[in-house]
Design a protein around this ligand. Structure first.
Ligand SMILES: [Zn+2]
Length: 158
């Protein structure tokens, strides 16, 4: 019966702003939308947000959960290709904002929080200008299309 319930919540700002800010969105599938965090202190920091309101991974239908996890993995892979971080962090927290969304955070040995969670202390934020975000998005989009071509090729071989 869950399909009869409203899938977006009026009081959830993530539901209301899934495609916002528009200029930071670089990928979407049936279930999720990926966009850059306006704060780029960790280069490539991305949010991957579920397109409707749900608060726990285990409440998703199997196929939606699989797609959500595939999207997360694809975008993380693309971020790795685009920015060559030393490690990827994947976080699904939801303490202050329960709407399912991944924090995909490329980590660098040069980052001031290296070896610790990004939440471990106060840190500087880094905003870019319009062109800066565009450049990052283009790098990620290129990596995503390379990865998708790879998948298609493998399927053809099988
Ligand atoms: Zn929501």
């Amino acid at each position: 019966m869950s399909s009869l319930l409203p899938r977006l919540q009026a009081d959830c700002w993530m539901c209301q702003g899934i495609y916002q800010p528009k200029n930071l969105v670089f990928y979407q599938s049936k279930v999720s939308v990926a966009k850059l965090n306006p704060d780029q202190a960790f280069e490539g920091y991305t949010f991957l947000t579920l397109k409707w309101h749900e608060e726990e991974l285990y409440n998703l239908a199997d196929k939606d959960r699989k797609q959500f996890l595939e999207d997360m993995s694809l975008v993380a892979n693309a971020l790795s290709r685009a920015f060559k971080p030393d490690k990827m962090n994947y976080e699904l927290l939801g303490n202050s904002m329960p709407h399912l969304h991944w924090h995909l955070v490329p980590r660098y040995t040069s980052d001031p929080m290296w070896g610790r969670p990004i939440w471990a202390g106060n840190r500087r934020r880094r905003r870019l200008n319009e062109e800066g975000y565009e450049l990052l998005k283009r790098k990620i989009e290129t990596a995503i299309s390379t990865l998708k071509r790879g998948t298609t090729k493998r399927r053809q071989v099988e």
